[in-house]
Design a protein around this ligand. Structure first.
Ligand code: AGP
Length: 610
C-alpha cells in the first residue's frame, strides 16, 4: 500500500527519501513522487511506475534540499498516473501533502472547497487535503493549527506528512488508522509509514497513535492530539537490522523467506516451550491465561493468509481445548453485528499488525468488552498496541508480498497457545510433553523439505502453463489447501481453488479433465484412506495429480503423477510441513512465468484501506 518518507535535517534529503521509498516498494505501489523545499522555493516531481524512474527524473535535475517528503501510491481513487501521484499541493504550489488511507467524505469537502474557488486537478480523495489546509492558512493560522483544523473536518483514515514553503523548519505529520512513525536522528529527524524506510538512519522510533499530530523540527518534536492536548511521546529503541530486510543473496525476498523458515519457526518457539511441564510459556498471555482457559468460546479474526492460519488454529483449539472456536474474516466480523459475550476471547492475527479490516474488527470487539488478543509479527504495530494482550510471532521482517514465514510462525504460536490452554484443562502431561517435543523437531523437518527445492522446481516447469489448479486436503490440511491456492494465484495469476477434499465431488469435480492439475495434501494420517479414494475419483476423470505425501508412503506413487515426499509429524503440526512444498511450487511457477514474485500486480503487503 502507499508509503510515506519525510526528512528534515542538514543533509541532502533526496537520496534519503528515494532510498526510503525503495525500502517501501515491497508494500506494493503504482506511482511515486517527492516534494522538496529549498530556501525560497519548492519543487514537486512525480512519476507513474517504479521509484527508479522517479530517481532518474530527479537525477537529471540535480536537486539538493534539507527538507522533503516522498510517497509511493497504491491507487484507490483515480487511475495510477503522474497527476494522481502524491505529493498533492495547493493552488499556490507552496504546500505539499502526502497521504495514506482514504478520505471518506472527500466529495463533500471537494464541493465545499470548489465553492470557495479551489481548483482540483486530480481524481484523488487526497487532493482535498492541501486545499483544506490552505483554506485555514489564508485565515492566518499556523501550519500546525491549519492541519489540525483541516483534519477535524475529515472522515476516514489517514497517515499524512505536510510541508510548507513559508514554514520551512518543520514537517507536520498526523495519523488516524494508518501507521506513521517518527525516527529520531542527530540534527535530523524522519517521518515514515514503516520503520524499514528509515532503519538505515536511526533505531530511535516514536510511534504515533490515532488522533495525534506531531510537529517535527530538525532537533526536536512535539505532539498533540486532534483536540489540542499535549502528548508525551516515548522513544523506543528497535532491534531490526538492515541485514534482516535485505535479500541476503537470494534472487527474491519470497525465496529467502521460504528458506528462512527453519530459523524463523525456531525463533517463534524460542524460550516458550516448557518441556518438563508439557506446556508453553507465553509472557504476553500470562495475565489472561486463566481467563482464556475459562472462555466459553474463542473467535479468531484475520484476513488472507493470517485467516488461513486462524482456520488451522480452530482445528488445534477445538481438538485439544474443547472450546468452540469460530474463525471469521475481519471484514465480515466488523459489519455484521457479531454476537460477543462477556466470556469470549477474540484473537486477531496479522503479520503486519496494520491490516485495516483486522484493526477495525479489533476496535469493534474491544468496544463491546471482549478480551482482545493480538498475534502479530511486526513489533509495535497498531494491532499489537491496541490488543489487551498478545503474542509476537518473531518471524522477522517479511518483505515478499506473499506471506510465507509469517504463516508458519503464526501456526507455531497457535500451537503454543493451544498447549497453554489445553494443559490448564484436560490435556495430560504425557500428551503435552509429546506435542512440545515434536514441535521442537519441526525446524529440522522443514530443513529436510527445503532440500526438495530442485525437485519441486522441475514439477513447476511441467505445470507452469496450466490455467487452473485445484488444491485438496482434509482436516488440518484443508486450510493448507486454501493457503496453497492463495499462494499460487497471488504471484502466478493462475486461477486456483482450495477445497476440503471430500467437497470436491459436490461440484468442483465437474472441472476435472486432463488439463486440470490437482494438488492433494495426502500425508499418512487418520483420513489417509479417504483421501486415497478422492485421488482415485480424480484419476478416473484423467486429472493430473501432484501429491504431498509421507516419505514412507510407497503406495501413493502408483496412483498419482508426481509426489513430493515429506517427513511425518503429529496431525496438529502437519500444516507446518505440508505448506512448505506449496510455497515453493507457487514460487517456482511464478518465476518461470517471468513474474515479479515479490511485488505481484494489484497487491500490497499490508492492506491499510478497508
Ligand atoms: C498473503 O500472502 C497475502 N498477501 C495477504 O492475504 C495477507 O495475508 C493479508 O492481507 C493479511 O495481512 P496481515 O497478516 O498483515 O494482516
Amino acid at each position: 500500500m502507499c508509503g510515506i518518507v519525510g526528512y528534515i535535517g542538514e543533509k541532502n534529503c533526496v537520496p534519503i527519501i528515494i532510498n526510503g521509498l525503495k525500502r517501501l516498494e515491497y508494500r506494493g505501489y503504482d506511482s511515486a513522487g517527492i516534494a522538496l523545499i529549498f530556501d525560497h522555493h519548492s519543487e514537486v516531481i512525480k512519476n507513474k511506475g517504479k521509484v527508479s524512474l522517479l530517481e532518474d527524473k530527479i537525477d537529471s535535475l540535480d536537486l539538493s534540499a534539507n527538507l522533503g517528503i516522498g510517497h509511493t501510491r497504491w491507487a484507490t481513487h483515480g487511475v495510477p498516473n503522474e497527476i494522481n501521484a502524491h505529493p498533492h499541493f495547493n493552488t499556490s504550489k507552496n504546500l505539499y501533502v502526502i497521504h495514506n488511507g482514504i478520505i471518506e467524505n472527500y466529495q463533500t469537502l471537494r464541493t465545499g472547497l470548489q465553492k470557495l474557488g479551489y481548483e482540483f486537478i486530480t481524481q484523488t480523495d487526497s487532493e482535498v487535503l492541501p486545499h483544506l489546509i490552505d483554506s485555514f492558512l489564508v485565515k492566518g493560522h499556523s501550519l500546525f493549527k491549519s492541519v489540525q483544523l483541516a483534519l477535524s473536518e475529515v472522515d476516514g483514515t489517514y497517515g499524512i506528512a505536510v510541508i510548507y514553503e513559508k514554514e520551512p523548519d518543520k514537517i507536520i505529520a498526523a495519523r488516524k488508522g494508518s501507521p506513521l512513525v517518527l525516527g529520531i536522528g542527530e540534527n535530523e529527524n524522519f517521518v515514515a509509514s514503516d520503520v524499514s524506510a528509515i532503519i538505515s538512519h536511526t533505531k530511535q522510533i516514536v510511534y504515533l497513535e490515532d488522533g495525534e499530530i506531531i510537529q517535527v523540527f530538525k532537533n526536536h518534536f512535539n505532539a498533540k492530539t486532534n483536540l489540542d492536548k499535549e502528548v508525551k511521546k516515548e522513544i523506543h529503541e528497535i532491534s531490526m537490522t538492515l541485514d534482516e530486510i535485505d535479500k541476503g543473496g537470494f534472487p527474491h525476498f519470497m525465496l529467502k523467506e521460504i528458506m528462512e523458515q527453519p530459523e524463523s519457526v525456531r525463533n517463534s518457539m524460542r524460550g516458550r516451550i516448557l518441556f518438563d511441564e508439557g506446556t508453553a510459556k507465553l509472557g504476553g498471555l500470562e495475565n489472561v491465561a486463566d481467563r482464556l482457559a475459562a472462555s466459553k468460546r474463542i473467535t479468531i479474526s484475520a484476513c488472507g493468509t493470517s485467516w488461513h492460519a486462524g482456520l488451522v488454529g480452530k482445528y488445534m483449539l477445538e481438538q485439544f481445548t474443547r472450546i468452540p472456536t469460530e474463525v471469521e474474516y475481519a471484514s465480515e466480523f466488523r459489519y455484521r453485528n457479531p454476537i460477543i459475550e462477556k466470556d469470549d476471547a477474540i484473537f486477531f492475527i496479522s503479520q503486519s499488525g496494520e491490516t485495516a479490516d483486522t484493526l477495525a474488527a479489533l476496535k469493534e470487539a474491544k468496544l463491546r468488552g471482549a478480551l482482545v488478543l493480538g498475534i502479530c509479527n511486526v513489533v509495535g504495530s497498531s494491532i499489537a498496541r491496541e490488543s489487551n494482550a498478545g503474542v509476537y510471532t518473531h518471524a522477522g521482517p517479511e518483505i515478499g508480498v506473499a506471506s510465507t514465514k509469517a504463516f508458519s510462525s503464526q501456526l507455531v504460536v497457535l500451537a503454543l497457545i493451544t498447549l497453554l490452554i489445553a494443559r490448564k484443562k484436560t490435556m495430560s502431561l504425557v500428551d503435552g510433553k509429546s506435542i512440545a517435543l515434536e514441535l521442537s523437531h519441526i525446524p529440522e523437518k522443514i530443513s529436510e523439505i527445503l532440500k526438495l527445492n530442485d525437485e519441486i522446481e522441475k514439477i513447476a516447469e511441467i505445470f507452469k502453463d496450466s490455467k487452473n489448479f485445484l488444491y485438496l486436503g482434509r482436516g488440518y490440511n484443508f486450510p493448507v489447501a486454501l493457503e496453497g491456492a492463495l499462494k499460487l494465484k497471488e504471484i502466478s495469476y493462475i486461477h486456483a481453488e482450495g477445497y476440503p477434499a471430500a467437497e470436491m465431488k459436490h461440484g468442483p469435480i465437474a472441472l476435472i479433465d486432463e488439463n486440470m492439475p490437482v494438488v492433494f495434501i495426502a500425508p499418512k494420517d487418520s483420513t489417509y484412506d479417504k483421501i486415497i479414494s478422492n485421488i482415485q475419483e480424480i484419476k478416473a476423470r484423467r486429472g493430473r495429480i501432484i501429491a504431498i505425501a509421507s516419505k514412507n508412503d510407497n503406495e501413493i506413487d502408483k496412483l498419482v503423477d508426481y509426489t513430493i515426499k515429506i517427513p511425518d509429524t503429529i496431525r496438529i503440526l502437519m500444516p507446518l510441513l505440508t505448506v512448505i512444498p506449496l510455497q515453493l511450487l507457487a514460487y517456482h511457477i511464478a518465476v518461470k512465468k517471468g513474474l515479479n514474485v515479490d511485488q505481484p500486480r494489484n497487491l500490497a503487503k499490508s492492506v491499510t484501506v478497508e
